[in-house]
Ligand binder design. Structure first.
Ligand code: GTP
Ligand code: MG
Length: 210
């Protein structure tokens, strides 16, 4: 897929102000600082599109980007955050949950995982919660530039083993780096494939009970 245009639309503190749910939407979440905003910039080839920060908890709202005037890429607040006040934590916890359980046009949710870390309880619990809520998801491992290919293979094997304790089939998995742009085509082609296979009308029909 070629990215012809990428445009920031709106930053929302609640579902009410999100754009009308009439286009395919792909959203990124994951633990704070995992590289969600950086990945959006890498995929779109627009460096300053999503705000990147070394400080965890930067993205606290739902941020919609319109791509090729045809689908949304959405930057969600992170989970497993540190260094935010208690009241803020409650607010974006709730926002993430509200978004995931109610956004009708959410086509696939991508959980971002730091490729350097061993499987974390919070991420595995999150996949189970998505399963219970019937939300289609895929995994994107980030920051693969920070480890050797043998370290990466070793960690992926651990992840697969851990996931197969709960899931019969492994979810789609992608290896990426926002620094080297590794995995860019894999992720973009996957998005294109889903949009080709599943028309937006059928998503909206199936989920009209939400
Ligand atoms: P929050 O919005 O705070 O939840 O963070 P985020 O998940 O959006 O992470 P963000 O993109 O802001 O990146 C966090 C830090 O990781 C920044 O310092 C980035 O430069 C760095 N980073 C992100 N992706 C990569 C990557 O692929 N490789 C390397 N080496 N660093 C990365
Ligand atoms: Mg962010």
């Amino acid at each position: 897929m070629i990215i012809q245009s990428a445009q920031f639309i709106i930053s929302s503190g609640s579902l009410k102000t999100c754009p009308e749910p009439v286009l395919h939407e792909f959203a990124f979440t994951g633990r704070s600082n995992v590289g969600k905003s950086s990945l959006i910039n890498m995929l779109t080839g627009r460096k300053g599109l999503a705000m990147v920060s070394g400080r965890p908890g930067k993205t606290k709202t739902v941020n919609h980007f319109l791509i090729n005037e045809n689908w949304y890429l959405t930057d969600l607040p992170g989970y497993g955050f540190a260094k935010v006040s208690k009241s803020e934590k409650t607010r974006f916890d709730k926002l993430l949950e509200e978004y995931i359980s109610k956004r009708e046009n959410l086509t696939c949710l991508f959980i971002l995982l730091d490729a350097r870390l061993e499987p974390q309880k919070i991420d595995l619990a999150f996949t189970m919660w998505l399963g219970e809520n019937g939300v289609p998801f895929a995994l994107i491992f980030t920051k693969v530039d920070k480890l050797s290919s043998s370290e990466l293979n070793k960690n992926m094997a651990k992840y697969k083993k851990e996931l197969l304790k709960t899931w019969n089939v492994l979810p789609p998995m992608f290896l990426t780096s926002s620094v080297t742009t590794a995995g860019r085509d894999d992720v973009l082609n996957y998005l294109q494939q889903i949009m080709d296979d599943v028309p937006i009308e059928s998503i909206l029909e199936n989920l009209s009970g939400k």
